[in-house]
Design a protein around this ligand. Sequence first.
Ligand SMILES: Nc1ncnc2c1ncn2[C@@H]1O[C@H](COP(=O)(O)OP(=O)(O)OP(=O)(O)O)[C@@H](O)[C@H]1O
Ligand SMILES: [Mg+2]
Length: 629
Amino acid sequence: MPSAHSTAESRARPGAIRALWGIVRFLRFHPWCVAGSIGLLLFNIGIELSLPQLLGRTVTGLSRAPAPGEPAFPLRQTVVLFLALVTLRTCVGMVLGPLRNVTAQRTLGKIRGAVYDALQRQTFTWHDNARTGELISRASTDVGRLQEFIFVCLLFSVDVVAGLLGTLVLIFWISPLLGLMTLAALVPTVVAMGWFAAKLQPRWRRVHERHSAMSTVIQENIAGVRVVRAFARESAEVAKFRIKRDVFLKELFATVNEWAARVPFAQFLFGLGVPLVLAVGGSAVIRGQLVLGDLAKVVFYLLGLGGRIGVIGQVTNILQNASSSAQRILEILDAPVALPDGTRSLPSVAGEIRFENVTFRHAITPSLRVETDAGEAVPPPDSHSNPCVVGAAGPALDSVSFVIPAGARVALVGATGSGKSTLLAMIPRFYDPVAGCVRLDGIDLRDCRLADLRASVGIVFQETFLFSASIADNISLGRPGVSRDDVIRVARAAEAHEFIAELGEGYDTVVGERGISLSGGQRQRIAIARALLMDPAILLLDDATSAIDSATERRIRQSLADLRRGKTTVMVSHRISAIRDSDLILVMKEGRWVEQGTHEELTRKNGVYRELFQTQLPDATGGDVTTTA
Ligand SMILES: Nc1ncnc2c1ncn2[C@@H]1O[C@H](COP(=O)(O)OP(=O)(O)OP(=O)(O)O)[C@@H](O)[C@H]1O
Ligand SMILES: [Mg+2]
């Protein structure tokens, strides 16, 4: 079962190295910037490594008096050369800094784009089971954390590796004995750091998970601010947030401080190398086996390396931190999309819909590893298990079979939770059946090209969502660039034109988050106009007029009848006035249809339909009463 596969597989966590590699691959999109950054950096490292040579030569030159006839040590030229090298290094640094920033930001942009694409590609099942706050945290905070990692890739890692190897080679070149002394200090330092670092990655992962849990509380409180106020839950919600924040901070401090306390220890270990070299090298100088300037060079190199050990500490910390963020991002990027596209194009759709023994259960296991209230991450299930049935209360659709003829106007009624929205969602293939199949004009939906299918099906969801954009943009969402006349035409059909015209800026009025608020009924009418503009072969209306008064609704129905003559329309409604003229009414109960027929046929029966609409039947002509099923 595809959706099962998606949910389980998506939670398999990539290893730390693989996760980082998954991010490094994004650098390939900007090869010239990367090559330029690394080239300039290597150039600067070359300058840096030549400075101790110059200083050492100066020490040697100045420490002995010139032999008779030998020219004096060229101090002035040496100082000028030193200054020139330092100036050159600064100039290169001034080019390197911006170049590195541009490369990092462009690469981050690519990663953000890929995460966004992946979120768009994911199935409904996946999104049903992912928390919005968790996704926002991963798509924004975790991606942001990678900025340092990209700097590490472009800068620190090259700096550490090239600087370390270059310095070691030069020290061995000057004196193999002092080279061995350097290694004696370096090897235990690197081993200690590796040992400390191994424990760091899981801790960073926990920090990030706790951060996500905190973000989820914030996001849900913003989205549900009205509910929080209405139920006077402010202080309880603040307390909930504080608990999440404190758990996050505790984990963060523990992780950061543990590392911060260990880096100086590693630096101390390496610092022991300087007295060692001084002791061994100093004796060699006294014995006349080593030139004083060479000892000075090695000491300068060691001091330079000491700085790099600090950088190794930083790099390790960043790598561990980033690898955990990279894992969290790759879980989204690598989550398989379990809705394989079909190959059959749908040039023209008549609109016959056929359900053949369709069974469907909603998956209820999380798509991503998440925090529970106890603060523990939910372990990913065995990928062979079937999350679609884990803990599922029962099938939302249970072996449903029926045919909707092309061009029919069909109504779907039934008690709340009986499976109406789920059934509608099978038609644009938001979900694939667990068993059975759905056919459009006789073709299994799984064989159709998704883009063609979705273009043929217009849907008005039970809950209206408007983007924070102008009303015109919201209506033309599916056909951007369409003429204003077309937008007005469908808005009129959806009985939305009048109220839009009365708004300050008409169709250019911005609605949604930052714009004006619309009433529930106004939003629904914009959603209907949006679906009508697509002029789909099949229109699905999921309780799309529930917030609209019955007089307006009657006019919308009239416009729909004119606009959609000969096209299939499936409508869910709890209002008898909306459905009584339908060619076919399907009555749903507990995931099955239990009755079907026209309004007249169904009212004659003393069945579920009559029971559902009992209160509305005496007033059936202009009924404005909704069922309380
Ligand atoms: N995303 C989901 N995840 C898990 N279960 C779900 C999901 N959506 C719906 N269900 C369950 O599937 C069953 C059918 O739900 P559905 O939304 O199809 O009912 P409905 O007939 O549209 O109800 P209503 O009239 O209230 O809109 C219900 O038991 C519901 O709890
Ligand atoms: Mg519903």
